[in-house]
Each structure stands twice: as structure tokens, then as C-alpha cells.
Design a protein around this ligand. Structure first.
Ligand code: 26Q
Length: 809
């Protein structure tokens, strides 16, 4: 592998010639991107093979992270950094008159996730490899990732994300490792020669699961783990030659389409369960394929499947892969001849479950009928498991049949996936301290009482390599200059930066870096979106999925208030630019309306001359990993304003903090841990606490209209929303939003928290005037952010749940 720029230039030109039959001059930007990525792949693939054979030879315990989402984004630049050749490439390309940045930009984003949960899976893979731990991902190779978002006339329009159009250089198709997944049909039972029943699956629809493996390279190490993504393909018999010959071309291929639809597209819903049969097919498809391939690999060098849990651990990312419990039972019993008890022992010692939500509407429940029809054998196993579990509960709570039916796996004609996941696993964790406590005391209380030993907390984290080292090189440099480079391996050492919180020089440098990043961001906005954002204003961001509980509306209400102040000639302090971004689920009407409101407010402010140089607000189109990497380095304020108790953890809060933004936040999710670390004086906290929110829900004594009646600022904002923003907008455009606040009594306490939100925003504006003080606060946040590196999170999973050892070559 090249290490000098001269060697690089030679290899690069050869690669272009051999791949495309073109000279360097004739090649396109995309050709060059592919050539560079292929060069890296050659090196990565060697290390990959070495890692795999070492794992196999040493029978290392392996973890598999099962997830329906992996929001991995781009790989080229990280891989360059991790291999230690970024400089050589950049210089070499420069000498050939080419820009590395242009090639990096040419890589499509792998947007195979909705938001937090999918990105978490990606950060975890990065940390596993960096820490040299044997952990791999298992998911679906969606042909289309999360839709790309256009804003047309203020409305969200969804376009397909065809990320595979130009081929994916990092993946390798492994046809020889394909497995069969069976849907539908019926189950016949017969007695084997010992008189035990055997179950035979007949008349099923076979679906071929073909794995595509992507290498996950560790930071400057030799470990390369695997992200295995499954693609659904029809078996050849499905092509109906008879129909085709009769000229019924559509019929002939329709079965094939029905099968391939399974891995066609990622469902764009988050935090809201919807009963969609294809979604259940996706879940079973990848869980079955993943487990079959793990069992097959296991049998290569183990004869005794009863020791499976000693060597294999499966972490399921929310309940989406919870069918793993039933599928592992099926494989062990039907294919490996285990009895129930023996199979159950193995299954529940192999699987661990992470919960990511407490919103009841997000809990997955599948109608039993759908289940029975689509997965007849899996349904039988679920039924038997439920029968046994209920019998067990009856013994413990003989007087409380209600409790037994509340805790049952199957009830009201539905399969409750969370109950299945808890019963079938040895560990249940939440994703931030407060969230894990709420699971124990409220959402899953009865399960906690029954299985206290299973419950634990693992606060989320983010990979500091992508979210700081790669995306904010100048801040990384400043840290290294002051405390050395050890923090890259051991991010908690970023704490040493607190030494400089009184150092004018370091604080000045920090301020200049932020300013430069803001200018770079403004330039990008101008070029790509035609938006002018003033780098002399406070850059305040709220970027995340649009959801009522995340309260983008609260942010907008405050901006409307400032808008009004400015129009009335009242000073609002330092100039401010509010930037919002995020996608709405296509069928989530309310969320789409919030986007329209942001867009209309933005327009209204832009067309108001008095706002110039004082106030601006923009909604940025198509939030995703790529845009996020530009946003965090330029951010000064991070809006984390969910209704207390609703956000399980949040992870953008950590990314902002790591890049020196100060948080305006409620006491929710990981915000609480952030505030604890940096201290209240370095955090802008506001709003109802978790206990207050829960009390209001319990007592039903909140009256939203009373709050509205007594607040002139809110009344003015309501007028703006009732046609006051623009003549073009019909007066009832935002009626859904307004009704949610009044007629539906403001479920998320937007009006209730408005006053304390405005107060904390005023405090923030005041604090910004003292720049040394502000930079010191920013520095303290950066210094403590190392605690939220996913390296820490993964070390805790590895120690407490997976019992993994670091792998030594
Ligand atoms: C379920 C059934 C049917 C269709 C879709 C879904 C579905 C899909 C995605 C349900 C939920 C999701 C995603 C949830 C999610 O991203 N949750 C976030 O997880 C983060 C990582 O733990 C937390 O930081 C966030 O607080 C949490 O909202």
C-alpha cells in the first residue's frame, strides 16, 4: 500500500487505467472517486481477511448487532484517515491538479436509517472496530435509503434515494453465502423415530437472502469487522416461463417483484408503529438470514450448539429484530433437533435487547393473524412461548390474573414485541440514565419487578472520530496542540482541556476556529442553497426528525416572538440566525405542517427590512449525515428542547457539545447527563422536569388555554399563524397545529414551557455578549464531551453485557 505521494500518484493512475480504460485526463470525478476507493479497498480487504481468519482460528466470542437501520453515511475520508494516508493522497492529488474534497463529495451517502437509532448503530460499529472488539453489524441492504427531501413552496416533497445507482465500491456480494428464508405456507407435523413431533414447513414462498459485506475499518488498527447487509432475491423457479411464453410478461415477473420488494426501501417512519405487512417481512427476512449464517459459521468449528451462547451474543436494536428470539428457537428445534427447554436455555442466554423509546405509540405490536399467515411456524413457537410464560406468571401472581394478561406476550389478538424481547433476552437496557429509570419505574415496571437482574443502563455515545476528528479538523488540531494526541485513542482525556478555561490565548483561538467554521458554513449555504447567513450572528441549530415531542414548534414560537419584537423596534440583543432541519415521516401531517410554518416564518423574516442584520431563520433542506458534518462545527447553540421524559437519549446533543455549542435544553434524556458534567453554569436549562410532566399527566390538571389567555406573546404568535405571516398563506393553513395546542390541550406542554424558554433564551443572548466567558463555557463543554464518545459506551456494553475481550493480533 502506498504511503508516499509519489507511490500514490503511480497507483492511482494505474487504477484509473485498469478500471475504466481511460487516462487520468479522460476520467470523470466519479471515476476518480471509485479508483481511490478501490485502492483503499485493496488494503482494507487484506486486513479484513486476516481479521476473519484470526477470529475463526482463535474461536473468539463474537457480537452481532442486529438492526433494521445503519445510517453509516460516507466512508472514503474516514478510511483515508484511519489508514493514515489522507495527507499523502491530498498532496498527490493536488500535484495532479485534483482536489481530494471533490472526490470525497462524489461518494453517495449510505442513508440506511431514519435518525438516532440508525446513526447509533453506525457509531457503534466504528467504535467496535477502533477498540479491536469482535463485533459486526447485520441488517438489510435497502435499494433505496431514507427519501431525500425537497422543500417546494414551503412543503416537504419526498424523492427516492437511489444510493446504489453508481455501484457501491465498499461492498462485496457473497453469493456463495446466500441462505433461504421461507414465508407463508403451512406446517405439517409428524413423529420421528423416537416418537417426538417434527414440524415440516410446506408450500412456502422461498426467498433468497444474499449477503453484501462491507468492511468496517478500525482507527489505525488492523481490525476490520463486517457489516453484513442482506438483499432479497427471487429463486429462479419464481420466473414463470409458462406465463412468459403465453405473452403474460407482467405475470411472469410479478412474483419476482413481490419478493424483491422486501429489500427495496427503508420505511421512513420513526417513533410511530404502523401495521405494515412488508415491514414484518423485512424483520423476519434479515433476522432469519442473519441467524442462519451465524449458526452455519458456528458449526464450522464447533460441534456442540448447546454452547452457542458462550461464543455468540446478539444485541437487538429496539424490538425491530425481536423475532430473533423465535427464529433461534426454530433453528435449534426444527433444524438442529433440540428440545424446547434446551433451545430456550441457549436462546435467552444469547440475546440482549436495547429499548430506544418510551412513547407508547412506538411500541411494536403485530396482529396475530398477519403473523400466523406470514410466519406459521414462528407463530406456533410464539404461542407456545406465551403459554409457558403465562403459566410461569400464574404461579408467581396467582391472585392477579390481570397482571398476567398485561404481561403476556400475546394479548388482544396482538403479538407484543417488547414483551417478547424482554422474556427472550438476558439483558434489557435503556439509552440514558433517566430513560433507563423510566423503563424500570413506569413503562416496563412489571417486567422490572419480575426480572430485576436483566435491567441496566447504557448511555448512548457518538464516535468522536467522525464527529470531531474528521468533520472539525481545526478544533481537533487545537486540542492536540494543547493536550497532545492521546485523546484520539482515549477521548476522556479531552477533560484536560478544562485547564485552559481561563487561558485567553486558547479561548481566543477557540473563538477564531468557530468563526472560521461559521464562515465556511455560510459559504456552503450560499453556494448550495442560495441562502445568506451572517457569520456575525449567533448560529442556533435545531436539527433532528420533525416530531411533536421534539417541539420544533416551541423554537418557532420563540422566533415569532423575536420577530414581533424587532418589528416593534425593541432591541433583541446580539443578532441571531436560527437554523432548522429535519425530515418528516411522509404520512405525518402535523410534522409536515411544522416544516411549512418554518418555511413561511423564514420568508416573512426575510421580507421584513427591519430584521436585516438582527434576525434570520432558515429551514435547510434534506438533513442527513452529509449536511450534519457541516453543521456541528459551525454551531454555537444546540436546541434540545423535547418535552421532559419523551426523548430517550438524543445524540445530536452530544455532537453539538463536542463541537463547542452550548445547549438550550430540557431535563430530558442525555441532556441531564450533559448538564451534570459541565455544570449548570455551562448549560441553559429550562422547562418542566420529568416528574412535573408525569404529575400533570397523572392528575390531568394542565389547562393549555389558561396559559394562552395570560400570555400576550403567545396570542401574537397565534395571530401570525392565523394568516399573519403572509397574504399568500390561507388563514387555516396551520389550523392543525393551533388545535393541537388548544382543542387537544397541548399534549407536549409547548405553551406551558414557553415562558421559561424565552427567559433562558434571553439569558443566553446576554451571555453571548461576553465572548471570553462564552468561549470558556464552550471549552468546558468540549472538554467533557469525551465522556460521550461511543468508545465509552461500547466499552461498557463489552464489559457488562457482551463479556468481550479486546482482540490482540
Ligand atoms: C417501527 C415499526 C414500524 C415502522 C417503523 C418503526 C420505527 C423505526 C425507527 C420505530 C422507531 C424508529 C427509530 C427510533 C429512534 O431513532 N429512536 C431514537 O433512538 C436514539 C438512539 O438511542 C435516541 O437517542 C433517541 O432519543 C430516540 O428517539
Amino acid at each position: 500500500m502506498f504511503t508516499t505521494k509519489t507511490a500514490f500518484k503511480r497507483d492511482f493512475k494505474r487504477k484509473i487505467n485498469s478500471l475504466f480504460g481511460k487516462s487520468l485526463e479522460e476520467s470523470s470525478v466519479n471515476d476518480r472517486y471509485i479508483a481511490l476507493a478501490s485502492l483503499l479497498s485493496e488494503e482494507i480487504n487484506e486486513r479484513w481477511m486476516d481479521t476473519n481468519s484470526a477470529y475463526l482460528a482463535r474461536e473468539t466470542r463474537q457480537v452481532y448487532y442486529f438492526s433494521l437501520e445503519f445510517l453509516v453515511g460516507q466512508f472514503l475520508e474516514s478510511n483515508l484517515i484511519y489508514l493514515g494516508v489522507r495527507e499523502a493522497c491530498e498532496q498527490g492529488l493536488k500535484e495532479m491538479g485534483l482536489s481530494l474534497g471533490e472526490l470525497i463529495d462524489a461518494e453517495p451517502d449510505a442513508g440506511l436509517g431514519n435518525g438516532g437509532l440508525g446513526r447509533l448503530a453506525a457509531c457503534f460499529l466504528d467504535s467496535l472496530a477502533a477498540l479491536q472488539l469482535p463485533g459486526h453489524g447485520c441488517g438489510i441492504r435497502y435499494k433505496y435509503g431514507l427519501f431525500s427531501q425537497k422543500i417546494v413552496d414551503g412543503y416537504q416533497v419526498e424523492l427516492p434515494d437511489n444510493w446504489l445507482r453508481e455501484s457501491n465500491v465498499w461492498e462485496i456480494r457473497k453469493s456463495d453465502k446466500a441462505v433461504m428464508v421461507k414465508f407463508g405456507g403451512n406446517i405439517r407435523s409428524e413423529l420421528d423415530n423416537k416418537g417426538n413431533p417434527r414440524f415440516i414447513h410446506e408450500n412456502y414462498l422461498p426467498v433468497m437472502a444474499v449477503p453484501y459485506d462491507m468492511p468496517i475499518l478500525g482507527y489505525k488498527g488492523n481490525v476490520v469487522n463486517t457489516l453484513r447487509l442482506w438483499s432479497a432475491e427471487a429463486v429462479d423457479q419464481l420466473f414463470d416461463f409458462a406465463s412468459f411464453s403465453r405473452g403474460e410478461h407482467i405475470n411472469a415477473v410479478s412474483n419476482r417483484y413481490a419478493v424483491e420488494a422486501i429489500s427495496e426501501v427503508l420505511y421512513p417512519d420513526d417513533s410511530n408503529y404502523k401495521n405494515r405487512q412488508l415491514r414484518l417481512k423485512q424483520q423476519y427476512f434479515f433476522v432469519s438470514a442473519g441467524l442462519q449464517s451465524i449458526v452455519r459459521r458456528y458449526k464450522k468449528n464447533h460441534s456442540d450448539l448447546s454452547r452457542f451462547a458462550e461464543f455468540i451474543c446478539i444485541q437487538i436494536n429496539d424490538t425491530h429484530p425481536a423475532l430473533a428470539v423465535l427464529e433461534l428457537m426454530r433453528i435449534l428445534m426444527d433444524e438442529e433437533g433440540f428440545g424446547w427447554d434446551e433451545a430456550w436455555e441457549v436462546t435467552k442466554s444469547t440475546i440482549a435487547y436495547t429499548n430506544h423509546t418510551i412513547m407508547p405509540e412506538a411500541l411494536e405490536k403485530w396482529p396475530e393473524d398477519t403473523f400466523r399467515e406470514l410466519l406459521p411456524r414462528i407463530h406456533m413457537i410464539a404461542d407456545e412461548l406465551n403459554r409457558r410464560f403465562c403459566a410461569e406468571l400464574m404461579k408467581v401472581y396467582p391472585q392477579d390474573l390481570d397482571r398476567v394478561s398485561r404481561m403476556a406476550i400475546i394479548g388482544d389478538g396482538q403479538i407484543r414485541m417488547a414483551h417478547l424481547a424482554i422474556v427472550g433476552s438476558f439483558s434489557v437496557n435503556g439509552v440514558a440514565a433517566v430513560h433507563s429509570e423510566l423503563l424500570k419505574s413506569v413503562v416496563l415496571r412489571e417486567f422490572y419487578e419480575y426480572y430485576p437482574e436483566k435491567f441496566n443502563n447504557k448511555t448512548n455515545g457518538i464516535t468522536h472520530r467522525r464527529w470531531l476528528l474528521k468533520s472539525n479538523p481545526s478544533l481537533s488540531e487545537l486540542i492536540s496542540e494543547n493536550i497532545g494526541m492521546q485523546w484520539i485513542r482515549d477521548p476522556v482525556q479531552m477533560r484536560f482541556m478544562t485547564r485552559f478555561k481561563g487561558d485567553k490565548q486558547v479561548l481566543g483561538a477557540l473563538g477564531r476556529i468557530k468563526r472560521d467554521n461559521k464562515i465556511a458554513f455560510s459559504n456552503m449555504l450560499k453556494e448550495k442553497y442560495g441562502i445568506s447567513a451572517d457569520p456575525d450572528s449567533i448560529f442556533d441549530f435545531q436539527v433532528k426528525r420533525i416530531h411533536a415531542y421534539k417541539r420544533q414548534l416551541l423554537n418557532l414560537l420563540h422566533i415569532m416572538y423575536l420577530f414581533d419584537q424587532v418589528k416593534n423596534g425593541i432591541d433583541i440583543g446580539p443578532p441571531r440566525t436560527f437554523l432548522l432541519a429535519g425530515k418528516a415521516a411522509p404520512s405525518y401531517y402535523y410534522a409536515k405542517s411544522v416544516i411549512k410554518l418554518a418555511a413561511e416564518l423564514s420568508q416573512a423574516i426575510e421580507s421584513e427590512p427591519r430584521c436585516k442584520g438582527k434576525l434570520a431563520c432558515f429551514f435547510l433542506e434534506n438533513y442527513g449525515i452529509r449536511l450534519a458534518e457541516h453543521i456541528f462545527p459551525a454551531a454555537e447553540v444546540s436546541e434540545q428542547i423535547s418535552t421532559a421524559s419523551k426523548e430517550a437519549s438524543g445524540t445530536s446533543n452530544m455532537k453539538f457539545m463536542m463541537n463547542g455549542a452550548l445547549t438550550v435544553g430540557t431535563g430530558d434524556g442525555a441532556n441531564i447527563e450533559i448538564a451534570d458534567l459541565v455544570g449548570e453554569e455551562n448549560f441553559f436549562r429550562f422547562g418542566l422536569t420529568v416528574d412535573e410532566v408525569l404529575n400533570y399527566y397523572a392528575n390531568g390538571n394542565y389547562r393549555a388555554v389558561d396559559v394562552l389567555e395570560n400570555d400576550e406573546r403567545l396570542k401574537r404568535a397565534f395571530e401570525l399563524m392565523r394568516g399573519g405571516l403572509s397574504q399568500r398563506v390561507p388563514v387555516d393553513e396551520f389550523v392543525g397545529i393551533l388545535r393541537s395546542l388548544t382543542d387537544y390541550n397541548d399534549e407536549f406542554f409547548v405553551l406551558k414551557d414557553f415562558d421559561s424558554y424565552v427567559a433562558v433564551q434571553n439569558k443566553l443572548a446576554e451571555a453571548y455578549l461576553d465572548r471570553d466567558r462564552w468561549n470558556a463555557m464552550s471549552l468546558v463543554n468540549i472538554a467533557h464531551s469525551g465522556c460521550f464518545s461511543s468508545d465509552n459506551t461500547i466499552s461498557q456494553y463489552a464489559r457488562d453485557i457482551w463479556r468481550l475481550d479486546k482482540f490482540h493480533f
